[in-house]
Design a protein around this ligand. Structure first.
Ligand code: ADP
Ligand code: MG
Length: 262
């Protein structure tokens, strides 16, 4: 191929927004000449690479937009450590069917059980399935809503939170909300109802949610919407961290020269 033809072809690919093909063209042409592959195989290779690059870019963008506090993918979650988890349900959730059906998921259990880790891992899976995902703490969302109201930008923010396919609200229950905060959170959840999925992690049994929201009637209305067709995953096992540190201690105790502080 002449230098002129290469430049023209690169310009065409660029105009067609085929950026990976534009970048790879010269190298791929050289490789094709060396290995003697046909036009068909050459085009397949070039277009496959473009598709892969696009998928990767879109996954990276989804993950960035989701704002996970820590990137803990599914592979880092040790299923053997949580024998009481319904693994079939967990695998189903990783497939993202609940998002297509606009169902909610509530992880309920004590601190350290792995709720945030599971929600993060499932959030990353949702990004892989190309769902618009957002992770935030309940407290962070409420503060953001209160600030937006002060700046007269509440409706815009609520609409943004309504548009996500999956909204992950971490740590409901650690900090109670003001009346205004409860009402704003209620507004977001009510507007999302049956339009998109919400995933909540909480250490509170449903009976105690009134403590967080303050108002009985509003809590009842909220629970009614959230739990309707929801997957409720109780995580009533011991803290993973606690188990790990007990294991570590056990190991130290068995080492003949361990200094166990006695
Ligand atoms: P919770 O949100 O329920 O309080 P976390 O998800 O924060 O618990 O888990 C506490 C710590 O233990 C985190 O560092 C998390 O990555 C780790 N962890 C919990 N369960 C597992 C697990 N099954 N496999 C690997 N790490 C786990
Ligand atoms: Mg947590």
């Amino acid at each position: 191929m002449t230098a002129g033809a290469l430049i023209e072809l690169q310009a065409n690919l660029k105009a067609l927004n085929l950026s990976s093909m534009t970048r790879n063209l010269e190298g791929s042409l050289r490789q094709a000449r060396e290995s003697g592959i046909g036009y068909d195989e050459f085009l397949i290779e070039l277009t496959t690479a473009e598709l892969q690059a696009r998928a990767e870019n879109s996954l990276n963008r989804r993950v960035r937009e989701a704002k996970f506090p820590l990137l803990k993918p599914l592979e880092t979650f040790d299923l053997a450590a949580v024998p009481d988890l319904d693994i079939r349900l967990f695998r189903d959730l990783a497939g993202g069917g609940y998002i297509r059906e606009h169902r909610n998921v509530i992880f309920l259990g004590r601190s350290g059980a792995g709720k945030t880790h599971m929600a993060t891992a499932l959030g990353i899976e949702a990004c892989k399935n190309n769902f618009r995902t957002r992770f935030t703490s309940c407290y962070g969302l409420v503060n953001e809503l209160i600030e937006a109201r002060q700046e007269r930008a509440l409706q815009r923010l609520v609409q943004r939170y309504v548009r996500y396919d999956l909204l992950i609200l971490d740590e409901l229950g650690y900090i109670p909300f003001s009346k205004e905060g409860s009402e704003l959170l209620f507004q977001v959840l009510a507007e999302r109802h049956e339009k998109g999925s919400v995933m909540i992690t909480t250490n509170l049994g449903f009976a105690d949610w009134t403590q967080v929201f303050g108002d009985h009637a509003m809590t009842a209305a909220l629970l009614d919407r959230l739990t309707h067709k929801a997957h409720i995953v109780s995580c009533n096992w011991d803290s993973y961290r606690l188990k790990q540190s007990l294991k570590e201690k056990g190991k130290q105790g068995r080492t003949p020269h361990a200094n166990n502080g006695l």
